[in-house]
Design a protein around this ligand. Sequence first.
Ligand SMILES: Cc1cc2nc3c(=O)[nH]c(=O)nc-3n(C[C@H](O)[C@H](O)[C@H](O)COP(=O)(O)OP(=O)(O)OC[C@H]3O[C@@H](n4cnc5c(N)ncnc54)[C@H](O)[C@@H]3O)c2cc1C
Length: 458
Amino acid sequence: MWDAEVDIAIAGAGGCGLVAALTVAEKGLQVAVFEKTDFVLGNTAASAGMIPAAGTRYQREIGIQETPEEMAEDILKKNHQESNPDLTLALSKVSGPLVEWMNDKLDMQFSLVTEFKYPGHRNLRMHAPPTRSGLELMKKLKQAVNDKDNIYLMLKSQVEKLILGDKGEVIGIDVQTTDGVQRIKAKKVILATNGFGGNTSMVKKFIPEISDALYFGYEANTGEGIEMALEIGADVSNMTAYQGHAAVNEATGLLVTWGTIMSGGFMVNQNGERFGNEAQGYSEFALEVVKQEVQNGYIIIDQDIYQNLLSIEDFKQLDEMDAFKSSDSIEDLAVKLGINVKSLKQTYTAFQKNEQGSSDQFGRTDFPKQLTGKLFGIKVSPALFHTQGGLNINEHAQVVNGQGNVIENLYAGGGTAVGVSGRHAYGYMSGNGLLAALGFGKIAGDHAVHMIQQKGME
Ligand SMILES: Cc1cc2nc3c(=O)[nH]c(=O)nc-3n(C[C@H](O)[C@H](O)[C@H](O)COP(=O)(O)OP(=O)(O)OC[C@H]3O[C@@H](n4cnc5c(N)ncnc54)[C@H](O)[C@@H]3O)c2cc1C
């Protein structure tokens, strides 16, 4: 009846799936990862590779003492207390050990991102590989997977169905491969297929407010993990949650880091007017851009900010492609950007009068510097990056059913599971995506191994 048997089967070879696989393999169990596409990329490779973590040695080295409780408090404050506090704390607790484990065991060469602080982070908390890119993160994860002979990575293998035993427990999966459907027996199954950002009808159904915006995530993330689990009695929460982003440069297909704003820049519309508190966060600001008559924004920064951000890979590429327009005068910059000259000049003059800590007309209080010297501007579009609602899980990443009971042998993490971003665009705090992907990947892997080993001793 079975085509193959492993200890643990994982659906999806993104960040969540590979961290789970490496966690399991480290303990000596056999694990198979099934990836639908030809590639090991996922959203994780598209990300900026920045992982939030509390209490790390990188923070301590520069005098930051931070507890997981403080990190959880920040996440809950950003999402207006809309995420499950137990899951939020569980992820905050695993974050420090996760980052240090990835660095020490997987050769990540992490450092603390000190270039700027993201909205809602009380301390510098982002940890990233040297290029600050998810591609580098995924390359290192894939290398580590290739080095393990107890991990089987199968590409062009789409997980289609969960197979149940007599008591309703998960005992395996059906996988569509180039050789037809394979039935894989597994003691535990981990769903790491991300969310439903690539499924237009699901986005229209659950998050209509962002359904007209560009989808900037991995096309293959079409909600199958969620649907498969729903078929066997799982339940979902917070399906309206997502990470939007207000600043994709469509001409180059690159993300313009929100470090531009957090370092002291601002955004205007086609008329040269500001239209909100940019420093609240890039996710909710995507909706503000969607509301503009012409659904574009223009980020304005100065030479210092520009130079400082060149350490970020995407930004370096924007520089290499001359994606920013620049000028010594705001009027000339407006002409080059094709926006209203008089109005941008007025906006710029008013913006320069703001002082750090005092609120402007939109409630923004972060004005870390006056813009000086040469000015730079770039056209940006709003986008949906990934969805943040999904399967209900407990703090061990075990999937639970509508009654709150564990569905035996089934785990979920990353975009497949309910995250910690509440129910709205404003709930996304920078780093929540990779935190839920890598954090629940680690938690699921550890718990699945523990349960298998415990059963072996009975
Ligand atoms: C441009 C961009 C920048 C971002 N920057 C950051 C950042 O700096 N920090 C941060 O925390 N978050 C960031 N995020 C969010 C973050 O990338 C995601 O939250 C995270 O990568 C999700 O990881 P995952 O493992 O759940 O999914 P993914 O990495 O997307 O992996 C899912 C995998 O599952 C596969 N799959 C799907 N269906 C099936 C199936 N049925 N069978 C088998 N395989 C399947 C897919 O092909 C894919 O390879 C960013 C997102 C984007 C788009």
